[in-house]
Write a protein that binds this ligand. Structure first.
Ligand code: ATP
Ligand code: MG
Length: 475
């Protein structure tokens, strides 16, 4: 420790002393004079850009698996950077979008009584052997040993961990149930074919919820409650989804549904009956039976990307760990469980895949990393005089609309033309891009506003712009 401290002092000393005493280091980093609005300047962002097309393709482990649109766009715009097969650095813009998505997930889960916790990624092999999944999951588990030769895996999902945690609560009463516990953490799976960027990684973020009820009936009600919350989340994101009957796979249980975004690059085939509304993942149907099992109607197939999965588990896990509660008769009884996953990083990428054009990212409005990008004119151009009004506009928006503070970016790379910076802004998909061009020098001054989600371009005076931005929702 002492050694570390000494090294830190000798490292940090010269770094800090480079800042003149009149300018504390924090203000320099945020690029704003003390006491004034904090302006976020694009030139200061860490955002590796402009990976060329051939480099993007070269990053794929197998050339035959050409990448998809969201993967390509996310690499080109510096949203992610490859770190190894199926592993990515999530760069600052992505982290902002992800934080927004997680906030929305928190809102929906907590609205139905969900409580957030956080479990270790290092999961003991003992628990996984108890359920037989150490063997069952096989090579998909990242396995490791500690210095005492104790075996672990890096958690691909947490049914064992949470069920044994609940089993340790010996005095759990029926009065306390249901419990809906969830976390948003990294999951690790040694996927045989990691591909399509964040759509199928070997390390990714998942929201996983586990529910504990006193009866099968109550557990089914909880199941419906969580499915409805998933529906509300996708509605708020503006993403059309389909919910289908699904296979239980290695998680197990007796009933399961998947939530899919319809996409041609999807690895799942879904089927729907236009007659009775029956929907299923084809893997749950008998291939010899071409018609709808409910009404014998005709089935139509589409491809989908699975973004969520719900399971009714019954007592599959609670019976292994003896996870009991004290029922109304004062007797111990096994808890009825459900588990519910949402692929956080996969939802981000799948949303980009659904909404974007080949050239430009489009975000679900609420997830855009920044809502507004301001582009002042180029230094040395005829419109140079409008640079200052643009900076004032930044402060005016931030002061008049406090909800947008931290959501406005100033593209201060004024050595570049407006056209070049607009191209970047369109590619990154800020919902609103505001340009100070020729008309910014008129009286009254007008700004050019690109409303990217509606594909409109309008010229507005300052007040008109404030009125437009006042309606922007943020999470
Ligand atoms: P898939 O069939 O796509 O491999 P899965 O059925 O194995 O997924 P679940 O165990 O149901 O996945 O995990 C819950 C959610 O986690 C999935 O619905 C998906 O959104 C997300 N997810 C699963 N695997 C990955 C992955 N490799 N990369 C990114 N997200 C994933
Ligand atoms: Mg699944």
């Amino acid at each position: 420790m002492e050694r570390l401290l000494r090294r830190w002092r000798s490292f940090s000393g010269p770094l800090l002393s480079r800042c003149p005493p009149s300018q504390p280091p924090l203000c320099r980093a945020y690029h704003h004079p003390p006491g004034r609005v904090k302006r976020l300047a694009l030139s200061r962002f860490f955002q590796p850009q402009n990976l060329r097309e051939d480099q993007v393709v070269g990053l794929e482990s197998r050339v035959s698996e050409l990448t998809c649109k969201s993967h390509r766009l996310m690499l080109q715009t510096g949203l992610i950077h490859p770190a190894g097969p199926g592993c990515y650095h999530y760069l600052p813009f992505t982290v902002r979008a992800m934080e927004k998505l997680i906030r929305m997930i928190d809102q929906e889960m907590q609205a139905i009584g969900g409580q957030k916790l956080d479990m270790p990624s290092l999961c003991s092999a003992k628990l996984w052997r108890a359920t037989g999944r150490w063997q069952l999951m096989g090579k998909e588990l990242f396995q490791l040993q500690d210095r005492h030769n104790k075996e672990y895996c890096l958690g691909p999902t947490h049914e064992e961990a949470i069920t044994s945690l609940m089993a340790s609560q010996k005095t759990l009463s029926y009065r306390q149930l249901p419990h809906l516990l969830y976390q948003v953490t990294r999951k690790f799976r040694d996927e045989p074919r990691p591909r399509f960027g964040l759509l199928r990684g070997r390390e990714f973020y998942m929201k996983d919820m586990y529910t504990f009820d006193c009866s099968a009936e109550a557990a089914h009600q909880t199941y419906d409650l969580v499915c409805d919350a998933y529906g509300r989340l996708f509605d708020r994101l503006g993403l059309r989804f389909v919910r289908v009957q699904a296979a239980v796979g290695s998680i197990g249980g007796t009933m399961s549904h998947e939530f899919h975004l319809p996409l041609n690059i999807g690895e799942d085939t879904l089927t729907a009956c236009s007659n009775c509304g029956f929907t299923a993942n084809v893997e749950t149907l008998d291939p010899k039976q071409p018609n709808c099992p409910v009404c014998q109607g005709k089935l139509a197939e589409t491809k989908g990307v699975e973004v969520g999965h719900t399971f009714y588990l019954g007592t599959k896990y609670s019976s292994v760990f003896n996870t009991e509660f004290i029922n109304a008769q004062g007797k111990p009884s096994l808890v009825e469980m459900g588990c519910y996953g949402l692929g956080v990083t996969r939802i981000l990428a799948a949303a980009i895949e659904v909404l974007s054009t080949e050239e430009c990212i489009r975000w679900p409005r609420l997830l855009a990393p920044y809502q507004v990008c301001l582009i002042p004119p180029k230094k040395g151009s005829k419109e140079e005089m409008a640079i200052e009004p643009m900076e004032t506009l930044y402060d005016n928006i931030a002061e008049a609309l406090p909800q947008l503070q931290g959501e406005i970016l100033l593209d201060d790379r004024t050595h570049l033309t407006i056209g070049n910076r607009l191209k970047d802004a369109k590619k990154l998909g800020y919902p609103f891009v505001v340009i100070a061009g020729k008309r910014a020098l008129e009286q009254p001054c007008h700004f050019e506003v690109w409303c990217q989600n509606t594909e409109e371009v309008v010229f507005l005076p300052k007040q008109g712009l404030l009125d437009l931005l006042r309606k922007v929702q943020v999470v």
